[in-house]
Design a protein. Structure first.
Ligand code: CDP
Ligand code: CDP
Length: 225
């Protein structure tokens, strides 16, 4: 029988997780699951429904009424909440600025982790986020912790934003990224931390292709064992 593996990619904001996860998933013919999009989708719905990001009980009630689904779209993915497309809306700054507060709630996390584990139940998955190697798929066969300097990550986001016509100054992006890293790393439940058995990959001076090549090597070793 063909051997299949689960690949967990964690790390701070803009380290390149989703970019490389999508490429690797496509090459292997695996599912790609963007867990950050799920936290973003809930945050977006909470804003729409005027629910405070501090109100854990209402957030969980809202989440339980939400279906979050993905649909391939070329090299990217569309995101839907209850059948409505939210792909662009969940990347807007109002969501980005509040998502760490939403994702800090333990009950929100358990509900989303449950859904993420269901998506990965049959293996053949590349999943990226903050707690994949530590909480969602602690027995994943390949675990990678991607990092890059804050300056480099802010510059990457800046370049990406410019291509979409978004002109947030570099310094503002840098501060936003640093704030989110701090919140994600210091929350009580499943903080952003490298799993003991994850491989650390500093991508500061690596191109996307170089990062993908390193991950290919790790996968090759696992698949050929
Ligand atoms: O793509 P970007 O780095 O901006 O972030 P994301 O992956 O879309 O995740 C958005 C936010 O969701 C993170 O800053 C975390 O607060 C939260 N998140 C999380 O807590 N756990 C995950 N597995 C994924 C995301
Ligand atoms: O998912 P995450 O927030 O970790 O980062 P991303 O959205 O995959 O990457 C953020 C930006 O950095 C994208 O525009 C990528 O094209 C870019 N990037 C890069 O320039 N060099 C890399 N080695 C990885 C990503």
């Amino acid at each position: 029988m063909e051997k299949t593996i689960r690949i967990a990619i964690d790390g701070p904001a803009s380290a390149g997780k989703s970019t490389v996860a999508k490429i690797v998933a496509k090459e292997l013919g695996y599912i790609y699951c963007d867990t950050g999009a799920m936290y973003r989708a809930l945050t977006h719905q909470a804003i729409e429904k005027n629910i405070e990001v501090t109100d854990e009980k209402r957030l969980v009630e809202l989440l339980k009424e939400m279906t979050i689904s993905f649909e391939p779209n070329g090299d990217n993915q569309k995101v839907f909440v209850n059948g409505q497309e939210v792909t662009e809306a969940i990347r807007l700054p109002n969501v980005t600025n509040l998502v760490s507060a939403v994702s800090a709630h333990g009950e929100v996390r358990s509900e989303l982790v449950k859904r993420q584990q269901e998506i990965a139940a049959h293996g053949r998955v590349v999943m990226d986020g903050r707690d994949i190697g530590t909480a969602v798929l602690p027995t994943a066969e390949v675990k990678i912790f991607l990092i890059a300097s804050v300056d480099e990550r802010a510059q990457r986001r800046y370049t990406e934003n410019m291509s979409k016509g978004i002109t947030t100054p570099l310094e503002v992006l840098k501060q936003e990224i640093a704030d989110r890293d701090y919140k994600d790393s210091h929350r009580e439940v499943s903080p952003l931390v490298q799993a003991e058995d994850a491989i650390l990959l500093d991508t500061t001076s690596l191109s996307i292709e170089q990062v993908v090549e390193k991950i290919r090597e790790m996968i090759h070793i696992k698949l050929s064992k």
